[in-house]
Ligand binder design. Structure first.
Ligand code: NDP
Ligand code: 2IT
Length: 449
């Protein structure tokens, strides 16, 4: 419950204007709760209408994306780009292709991205985009035609000094390749910094593919060490999802001594008490693009269960939700608590409902918000842009070391901010406040724009 009058007023205004945008309202509410701890120290913010401007995107682009399937049938999807905040740098954030994408989802993701990008300490503003297009079951040619049509509108809104998209759910190396090809063809310029997550042969960065998952584990390891004097060693871990983020979270977690015993996709989950065989999983997901149920057919001793939400009923020490927003509700959180889990480290963006967060935090589990723990993906996108600008490429080890340093830094900024707010170790407060203060400072300096 908000108590500060200014925050309450702005929240009511957002509710009145955008109340139907549930995910966006949820993200705003969560951030405002943390800002309550610092707002009294900054009376100048209200005079400058700072919070009103912070919750209103600088620009929203919505467009038609027509494409033709392999049988010659015409389809029309909706495309979006929300350019939310450019106070600290050009807009930066991924593109999501999933049938659930709508303006609320893109706005919540863009809003979170502002604070996440600020935490990386790199000069990147916040943006996000995507489409309600469903890549599942489409041929490579259909994906290519869709990406080309999408870029035929998007190209006029992006650029390395304006806005740099990247991947997210449903957008990986294949899609970025098609998008880049079409951009280059339209503008007749090899503008590497216009997209990140590119292939290695045309300006991509080593370690970008792994970066989000690795970064989540680097950040979580800091939290375990400095707050709980513990580590991943010997812990049973659940990683939900089985896409890019989940795969490399599972890989690094295993390297750090954890045992990943369950993973999922949107249809169901696998349980493997011996620890997930990542070679088999990567083959199923990256090469064959098949359902996760195939894993149980191929690995003796493992089981497949329908219904992805039941994954949280498995007994574990650490839960790392890496699939999508609101994937863990209060029942899931309560099951984890009842089974004696010690931590929930978010990998996805906003994977816990507000009630689940409340349950986990009040039961005393360690909790880290996605905007801090998954910032390694966009941070490495920033490193990709740096390499494109200096026309050099760093080795895997160099990029990985920089990523590791950035994640340690984010932990320190969040921790320091949590102490300043009188909530030592509260990573939710720390991430929201540390991320916001820098953006607020830049917005104040730049006047009413
Ligand atoms: P992918 O498309 O590679 O994988 C998504 C995974 O989540 C799949 O296993 C998918 O299952 C599952 N999933 C998707 N939607 C739902 C849903 N509504 N319910 C249950 N499961 C679902 O995406 P990423 O791994 O890239 O992204 C995962 C999360 O991480 C997202 O929240 C994204 O915003 C966030 N993120 C991604 C970054 C990146 O660099 N890619 C960076 C930072 C955060 P199925 O195959 O059945 O659809
Ligand atoms: O949510 C995210 O941070 C991403 N999908 C990555 C964005 C990026 O620009 O690399």
């Amino acid at each position: 419950m908000l108590t500060n009058e200014y925050l309450k007023r702005v929240y009511s205004e957002v509710e009145a204007r955008d109340g139907h945008e549930k995910e966006f309202l949820q993200a705003v509410g969560e951030v405002f709760e943390s800002l309550e701890l610092v707002i009294d120290k900054h009376p100048e913010w209200e005079k400058a209408g700072l919070i009103e401007r912070f919750v209103e995107p600088e620009r929203v682009v919505e467009f038609r994306v027509p494409w033709t399937d392999d049988n010659g049938n015409v389809h029309v999807n909706r495309g979006y780009r929300v350019q939310f905040n450019s106070a600290i740098g050009p807009y930066k954030g991924g593109l999501r292709f999933h049938p659930s994408v709508n303006l609320s989802v893109v706005k919540f993701l863009g809003f979170e991205q502002i604070l996440k990008n600020s935490l990386t300490s790199l000069p990147m503003g916040g943006g996000k985009g995507g489409s309600d297009f469903d890549p599942k079951g489409k041929s490579d040619n259909e994906i290519m035609r869709f990406c080309q049509s999408f870029m035929t509108e998007l190209y006029r809104h992006i650029g390395q000094f304006t806005d740099t998209p990247a991947g997210d759910i449903g957008v990986g190396a294949r899609e970025i390749g098609y998008l880049f090809g079409q951009y280059k063809r339209i503008v007749d310029r090899f503008d590497g910094g216009v997209l990140t997550g590119k292939g290695l042969s045309y300006g991509g960065s080593l370690a970008r593919t792994q970066a989000t998952g690795y970064g989540i584990c680097y950040f979580s390891a800091e939290v375990l060490e400095h707050i709980a004097h513990d580590s991943f060693q010997g812990k049973n871990v659940i990683v939900s999802g089985s896409g890019n983020v989940a795969q490399y979270t599972a890989e690094k977690c295993t390297e750090l001594g954890g045992k990943v015993i369950a993973m999922s996709d949107s249809k169901g989950y696998i349980y493997d008490p011996n620890g997930i065989n990542l070679e088999v999983l990567f083959d199923i997901k990256q090469k064959r693009r098949e359902r996760i149920s195939v894993y149980a057919d191929e690995v003796p001793g493992s089981e497949y269960h329908e219904g992805c939400k039941n994954i949280w009923n498995i007994k574990c020490d650490i839960a790392m939700p890496c699939a999508s927003q609101n994937e863990m509700d209060v029942e899931g959180a309560k099951a984890l608590i009842a089974n004696g889990a010690m931590a929930v480290f978010e990998g996805a963006n906003m994977p816990l409902t507000p009630e689940a967060i409340e349950a986990v935090r009040s039961a005393g589990l360690l909790y880290t918000p996605g905007k801090a723990s998954n910032a390694g993906g966009v941070a490495t996108s920033g490193l990709e842009m740096s390499q494109n600008s200096i026309r050099m490429s760093w080795t895997f080890e160099e990029v990985d070391e920089k990523l590791h340093g950035i994640m340690k830094n984010i932990f320190k900024s969040c921790y320091d901010a949590s102490v300043e707010c009188g909530r030592p170790g509260d990573m939710m407060v720390g991430a929201n406040v540390a991320g916001f203060l820098k953006v607020a400072d830049a917005m104040m300096a730049q006047g009413i724009v």
